[in-house]
Design a protein around this ligand. Sequence first.
Ligand code: C5P
Length: 305
Amino acid sequence: MGRSVTVRVPAKVNLGLGVVAARPDGYHELVTVFHAVGLYDEVVVEQLPAGSGVTVRVTGEGAAEVPLGEDNIAARAAILAAAKAGASPDLTIRIIKSIPVAGGMAGGSADAAAVLMACATLWSGLDRGELPSMAALLGSDVPFLLRGGTMLATGRGENLTPVLARGEFHWVVALSESQLSTAAVYAEWDRLCSEGAVAPSSADADADLLQALRAGDPAALGRALRNDLQSAAVSLLPALERTLEAGHELGALGGIVSGSGPTCVFLARDREHALDIAVGLTTTGLVRSVKHVVGPVPGATVVGD
Ligand code: C5P
């Protein structure tokens, strides 16, 4: 057995997601507040003898849906890290998933962030300070998953500024039976925008949202939750509307589609309230499973070396 490093990495939700403009490079300019929540993938990266190549093995939540091979984002992270470190990419990457696949919680991006962190621990030729720029090459959400916490993001999502957030917030995460491709949801937003059904947001961060976070006020945060991609996700998967209504009827302080969906997240007053909402949502039969998580939490963290 070679040396192995274990990294724990959280999921993200977007507390506010404003789509500012479609860009010529196929991406969209965003103004968003990322919030890392305590739903974790664990990623174990083991060094193999020279010439072994990169192997990815996935177990847990949605494992069968994760593409293996070199187009897997975790494998791409390892190959990029090896090139930067001057090391050979001979690794086994074992991913134990809890973050839903294609669920709008950046599960694939989280795994890529974890691999970068593991490689910077394995290889002295790779400095942790180099990871954010490499992360941005891999995907728009990857830089945030390295850092975690609560951050304002602009650009594609890669330009990060910490946001002052007091206390912790209790979330109920409702996992869907379905999956949505992020690219398809952005394309649907483009279509709705061309029809005039949705309009781009201003490039300014939402002052009510930032104030609610500064004050640590769950009721104000619940009112301030916004996601410009929600209409596009609901347009592709109309059943999400019923899930959102159910959370509202169960007394959630606020509820939105997470990122490009289809996972929905609901904000609770406290732990007990979250458990009540979780039980209520489970009994509706509208969702595949329900989890109670707390945020903010740190980003990718080495937990074993
Ligand atoms: O960056 P990432 O590979 O995660 O993005 C997946 C897809 O989501 C992109 O190919 C693009 O279609 C869409 N996207 C976008 N604007 C962003 C982030 C993602 O249009 N800011």
